[in-house]
Design a protein around this ligand. Structure first.
Ligand SMILES: *Cc1c(COP(=O)(O)O)cnc(C)c1O
Length: 416
């Protein structure tokens, strides 16, 4: 089927990457619960190996079914769909977000290299770069969202490994404070340190905005990474990860994925392709619920401060960047209650509809306390530096009826 140029990615989520004629006209892809695939002839087996390990195109590779760790039909279906949403040549899916992140870093960073990372990062990514990669002789330096391009260039240039900068690892908006980072500016930093022999790779962890509200590849990123556990999976029932980009880069990542053996399984992939059908519906409802909750919090006497990308006003420092890089304020909020940990806990314990849990991007609204939960492994100084206080609560807005969320938040704030 070659109708892909005529319709939007949103409309193709129901059909892309699946050919009913190959599976007895089943409108949906069956789950290919198999470890290996039978070749019609030895010649076909030989040809499939040549295609999978050769320079052939993605379509040919996807049709060369050999062994489920390398490739399987549920995986190629969901990869095709995410690539459409991201405007990418190809995507790769993994059994977790951390598998996507670590596989990608291991493919592009070698002993002696330097990584430039944004700060703060998701705890698992932060710990892999700071604690695991030094054991492979890969060093890092960190920049904060308020630093200018000149300051970042200076930071890299004064490092003894400046000429070994291999990778720029960015997460925007930052968790949980929602600070924004200019992807286009960092692509210029990457160009500045790239040579004809070596291209500096720029990746963006786009988990917080999902494939809908921020398109890092359009702003000069080489790769976009996801915890697909969050918006892409969207139902708090699977762990998964993904990476999208140009086909030569994804080809290399898939090669490393085959070696590490962390591809998404048939069952996980099948659930992901089902989830992508409703991604836009879910995310739009989540964002509209979030906008109203943010307003309620802004105006509430028990709330000190609200962190919400959609609240950035014209004239404020990040407004231009917000307009350039985001098509929505998103569905992630954080706020400081008046008081400290005791007051924050009273709010969390009083919630009746929203669930007290970490994670984000799911159909149900989730509330958590970063200071003692997701950010508790950060030093006190680091938490203070990025504004994670004991009074802070993080909200991932779900798809519940808006009036019920307002009712729940209002009664819980009364208990603060
Ligand atoms: C959850 C998360 C990850 C890790 O993903 P897993 O699916 O839990 O392995 C990475 N980055 C961000 C921003 C996340 O929120």
């Amino acid at each position: 089927m070659s109708h892909h140029d005529d319709f939007s990615a949103e409309s193709l989520m129901m059909s892309a990457g699946h050919d009913p004629a190959l599976v007895r006209n089943s409108i949906k892809n069956p789950i290919f619960q198999t470890s290996t695939f039978v070749f019609d002839t030895a010649e076909e087996g030989k040809a499939f190996f040549e295609k999978v390990y050769g320079d052939g195109n993605t379509e040919e590779k996807n049709n060369s079914l050999i062994y489920t760790r390398l490739n399987h039909p549920n995986l190629t279906t969901v990869e095709k769909r995410l690539a459409l949403l991201d405007g990418a040549d190809d995507s790769a899916f993994f059994e977790s977000g951390m598998a996507a992140i670590t596989t990608t870093l291991l493919e592009f960073c070698k002993a002696g290299d330097l990584i430039l990372m944004s700060f703060p990062l998701y705890g698992g990514s932060d710990s892999f770069i700071k604690k695991t990669l030094p054991g492979f002789d890969i060093e890092h330096i960190a920049f904060t969202p308020e630093m200018t391009k000149e300051e970042i260039l200076e930071l890299v240039n004064t490092h003894p490994r400046a000429n070994r900068l291999a990778y720029i690892y960015v997460e925007t908006p930052a968790n949980p404070t929602n600070s924004l980072i200019d992807i286009e500016m960092l692509s210029e930093v990457a160009d500045n340190f790239s040579t004809t022999e070596k291209k500096v790779i720029l990746s963006v962890d786009n988990t917080y905005m999902g494939p809908l509200w921020q398109k890092p590849l359009q702003h000069g990123a080489d790769l976009v990474l996801y915890s697909a556990t969050k918006y892409i999976g969207g139902h708090s029932d699977i762990i998964a990860g993904a990476c999208s980009g140009k086909s030569d880069l994804i080809y290399r990542i898939k090669g490393m994925r085959s070696k590490l053996g962390c591809m998404a399984s048939p069952w996980t992939s099948w659930l992901l392709s089902r989830s992508l059908e409703t991604l836009t519906l879910r995310m739009e409802k989540q964002a509209s619920n979030a906008a109203t909750l943010a307003k309620l919090l802004e105006e509430h006497p028990k709330v000190d401060k609200v962190y919400y990308v959609g609240a950035i006003q014209p004239g404020e420092p990040y407004h231009e960047l917000y307009q350039k890089q985001y098509s929505s304020g998103g569905a992630m909020l954080a706020f400081d209650v008046v008081g400290g940990e005791a007051e924050a806990f009273r709010f969390l314990n009083a919630l009746q509809l929203a669930c007290l849990a970490v994670s984000l991007g799911s159909t149900e609204t989730l509330a958590s306390h970063p200071f003692t939960m997701s950010a508790s492994n950060m030093s006190l100084e680091d938490r203070a530096a990025v504004g994670i206080t004991p009074a802070m609560i993080r909200i991932s807005t779900g798809i519940e009826k808006l009036g019920d969320l307002v009712k729940d938040f209002t009664q819980a704030l009364e208990k603060v």
